[in-house]
Design a protein around this ligand. Structure first.
Ligand SMILES: NC(=O)c1ccc[n+]([C@@H]2O[C@H](COP(=O)([O-])OP(=O)(O)OC[C@H]3O[C@@H](n4cnc5c(N)ncnc54)[C@H](OP(=O)(O)O)[C@@H]3O)[C@@H](O)[C@H]2O)c1
Length: 289
């Protein structure tokens, strides 16, 4: 398939781009710098210069691709509007197509809010943390649009060779300072390695009749205690940890910091059953990071 990926140079997007190219897909990646051009070319993708904020620079490509993957976020105060405008521009172009555009839109586990002892499946009502609430609305609009065949992907917390969601703990362990835990040490995080997540994106892209929402977690809910213990052991870290409460982390880092404090468990039975998704990394302790 010919695919346009927005965010193909990001933490998740690089893995998705590599996975698609390795499986024979032709990938065009939106790029806003020479560094990103180089990154995309090295993975075997074709860069297309443009900014997510200026859809006119890239949305004409919607006419010539089979699929589009949205993995780009500015993470600034404008991120909701930028995403809404970009997706509206995609829908406007897709309306001129003969066949619906296959579209994978990215949400995330934080859209479920805290689940506690319940395992969130795709039927669970969404209770997003405020800074990412826009994702639920934008995803719902795409899901209802007839000119696209949309699947909404909710990745778990994503880790990889360079750390990903573990990076902050790793950096603190390396400095010898106590590892800072946000919320509670008993908080559970659903986890997925980005290589496994990339396979999920490819399978969903290829199964273009599969619409709706798909959770992607290899481990439904791993405690922060287990993650901190593993990192402390790997780095021979002796300084222990300290807990920062929600009010403190939001005041210091912004309202997105509620995300890592959510006690969550997320099931991915649906994508396993419908796509045969079978993650290779089933225990983060066995991975390189
Ligand atoms: N990481 C996780 O654990 C996780 C979990 C669940 C959901 N998600 C969601 O998944 C999505 C991707 O996350 P990520 O961790 O991969 O983010 P990331 O590493 O920060 O990547 C963001 C991507 O967006 C691109 N981008 C940002 N602003 C742009 C602009 N103005 N024009 C063009 N491209 C722009 C970046 O391009 P440059 O290379 O040029 O910077 C990069 O490719 C986000 O929506 C995030 O909320 C992430």
């Amino acid at each position: 398939m010919k695919v346009l990926i927005l965010g193909g140079t990001g933490s998740i997007g690089t893995a998705v781009t590599a996975e698609l190219v390795q499986h024979g897909h032709s990938v065009i990646g939106l790029s806003r710098s020479a560094t990103s051009d180089h990154k995309l070319r090295q993975m075997g993708a074709t860069p297309h210069r443009g900014d997510l904020r200026v859809p006119d620079q890239w949305n004409h490509l919607v006419a010539e691709v089979d699929g589009l993957i949205q993995l780009a976020t500015t993470f600034g105060t404008d991120m909701a509007q930028v995403d809404a405008d970009a997706m509206q521009a995609v829908l406007a172009q897709a309306a001129h197509r003969k066949a619906p555009l296959r579209l994978l839109y990215t949400g995330g586990c934080w859209l479920y809010g805290a689940t506690g002892d319940n395992l969130a499946s795709e039927t669970r009502p969404l209770r997003p943390i405020p800074p990412f609430a826009w994702m639920t609305q934008n995803g719902q609009e795409l899901a209802a649009a007839p000119q696209v065949s949309a699947a909404i992907v909710h990745p778990a917390m994503v880790y990889h060779q360079q750390g990903g969601v573990f990076s902050r703990f790793i950096q603190q362990a390396q400095t010898g300072a106590p590892i800072e835990v946000w919320g509670s040490i008993t908080t559970r995080w659903p986890l997925v390695h980005r290589e496994d997540l990339a396979v999920a994106y490819r399978l969903l892209l290829e199964n273009s009749d599969l619409t709706g929402t798909y959770n992607v977690a290899a481990e439904p809910g791993t405690t922060v205690a287990d993650i901190v213990a593993e990192i402390a052991q790997r780095h021979r870290h002796q300084a222990g940890y300290l807990v920062r409460n929600l009010k403190h982390v939001i005041a210091k880092h912004g309202d997105w910091a509620e995300g890592p404090t959510l006690d969550q468990q997320m099931s991915s039975d649906k994508i396993r059953d419908l796509c045969g998704w079978a993650p290779r990394h089933i225990q983060f302790q066995d991975a390189v990071f």
